[in-house]
Ligand binder design. Structure first.
Ligand code: GDP
Ligand code: IMO
Ligand code: MG
Length: 434
């Protein structure tokens, strides 16, 4: 067995939650390393549906420790709500969950700052999830943020809080924010959350590294996707953290040498929520089919997801950054009814083939995808238990993706349920999972 990172190879919502939940019975710890409650990881267990936002999907496996790492930004109100929902469903959150003392805390005024910046005239809105994620990371990088350790400390919190809220009051005045913010009430509410959260807060970096040294297996769960990574994504239409594999080390406080495998999760097509360039985006009947059959609506905001064909150059780029050992292709069943399935195999900008991913949005927006079309299989793949029983055209499609991306497909997901998944026997992924 091994320590693995499972992360999004596209623009998020690839099905990471389902995969992490499925694999987590083989792991002792599941660790989130970045993002916040902008994530929505959906897991179906029989008739029960869970949408995990902040808490690692491993929490649904009794006995597995679920760790919120230092790279995550935590909204205590959202966290409390998530804990309550899980407890109502019978999950023993209090004995399974740990929260890093170095994770930064989101306050309601972070949402105010985000609203201001998204609505400014003449600026391009990012189409964020409006959860205060970006402004909280801004305070972290600006070295004025408040961490869980500060929040649960009997001394010190109020001074830090007053300083930070003073900054936000100045901002609110400067931008003529009409919404009244009751800073004293927030302070009181956060004190109440503190009492409930204090027992869960600890030095998780030390906890995780010691567990690894003791031979425990750790799964690192990415949120968002590589194309939303603050450094490597389609900046500025990205989230504010490192969703790519490198983020697991800084965001969990673990050495790179502790990682044994990096697994990318990708849909059999591609989606994006929010603004920003999207080379293989489609509209019309095929997009409607994918959105309807794939239920492509945001798990957090309910927004319709933009849909497109599988993008090979994009996958090449995210594989390069992350060094995927293996790919998991999800939602193959969503393509079941289509006559033909185009795949974007190359990019052209101004009539010239380009290699790599252009850095400016202007260039990415000017990409003309070059497509190759494959025949559809026109029969159900949902829940088919092995590759041998897959329709030949579906096998051809998977082989085509594998050949073009240059990364092995170690697992295929053909339905939202745990048992609607095929791990390819003999694959590198199968070996890593032990
Ligand atoms: P995440 O953010 O990467 O965890 O993905 P989301 O949960 O936001 O979105 C993925 C959606 O697809 C969820 O509703 C899953 O239940 C669903 N899903 C995952 N894998 C499959 C699959 O193979 N087939 C189908 N039809 N749905 C899937
Ligand atoms: P999971 O983990 C898809 C997108 C938002 C917006 C941009 C910035 O479920 O895959 P933010 O609120 O993070 O500042 O918004 O990032 N975004 C996601 N898109 N899945 C997610 O998470 C996302 N988290 C953020 O739509 O375009
Ligand atoms: Mg999601």
């Amino acid at each position: 067995m091994a320590n693995l990172i499972v992360l999004g190879a596209q623009w998020g919502d690839e099905g990471k939650g389902k995969i992490v939940d499925l694999f987590s019975d083989r792991f002792d710890l599941v660790v989130r390393y970045q993002g916040g409650h902008n994530a929505g990881h959906t897991v179906y267990i029989g008739q029960k549906k869970f949408v995990l936002k902040l808490i690692p999907s491993g929490i649904l496996r009794p006995g597995v420790k679920a760790v919120i790492g230092n790279g995550v930004v935590v909204d205590p109100a959202a966290l409390m709500q998530e804990i309550e929902t899980l407890e109502t469903a019978g999950v023993d959150v209090r004995s399974q969950l740990l929260i890093s003392n170095r994770a930064h805390v989101i306050f309601p005024f972070h949402r105010m700052v985000e609203k201001v910046s998204e609505a400014r005239q003449g600026r391009t809105a990012i189409g964020t999830t409006a959860r205060g994620i970006g402004p909280c990371y801004e305070d972290k990088i600006g070295r004025r943020g408040i961490r869980m350790a500060d929040l649960v400390s009997p001394q010190g919190f109020e001074t830090l809080y007053r300083n930070l809220s003073e900054d936000k009051m100045i901002l609110a005045r400067a931008f003529s924010v009409s919404e009244a913010i009751d800073f004293d009430l927030i302070l009181e509410q956060y004190r109440q959350y503190t009492e409930r959260l204090r027992p869960l807060v600890c030095d998780t970096s030390s906890y995780v590294t010691q567990a690894m040294r003791a031979g425990k297996n750790v799964l690192f769960e990415g949120a968002q996707g590589t194309m939303l990574d603050i450094d490597h994504g389609t900046y500025p239409f990205v989230t504010s953290s490192n969703a790519s594999a490198g983020g697991a080390c800084t965001g969990a406080g673990i050495p790179p040498t502790a990682i044994n495998g990096i697994i990318g999760v990708s849909k059999a097509y591609i989606t994006r929520v929010g603004a920003g360039p999207f080379p293989s985006e489609i509209e019309g009947p095929a997009a409607d089919h994918i959105r309807k059959v794939g239920n492509e609506f945001g798990s957090v905001t309910g927004r319709p997801r933009r849909c497109g064909w599988f993008d090979v150059p994009l996958l090449h780029y995210t594989a390069l950054i992350n060094g995927f050992d293996s790919l998991i292709i999800t939602k193959l069943d969503v393509l079941d009814g289509l006559d033909e399935i185009p795949v974007c195999v190359a990019y052209e900008v101004d009539g010239q083939r380009v290699s790599g991913m252009p850095a400016t949005n202007d260039e990415v927006a000017r990409i003309r995808p070059v497509y190759e079309s494959l025949p559809g299989w026109k029969t159900s793949t949902k829940g088919v238990a092995s590759l041998e029983h897959m329709p030949p055209h579906a096998i051809d499609y998977l082989k085509f993706l594998e050949e073009k991306t240059g990364v092995e497909i170690g697992c295929v997901s053909n339905g939202p349920e745990r048992n609607e998944t095929i791990v390819v026997p003999g694959s590198r992924l199968a070996r890593l999972l032990g």
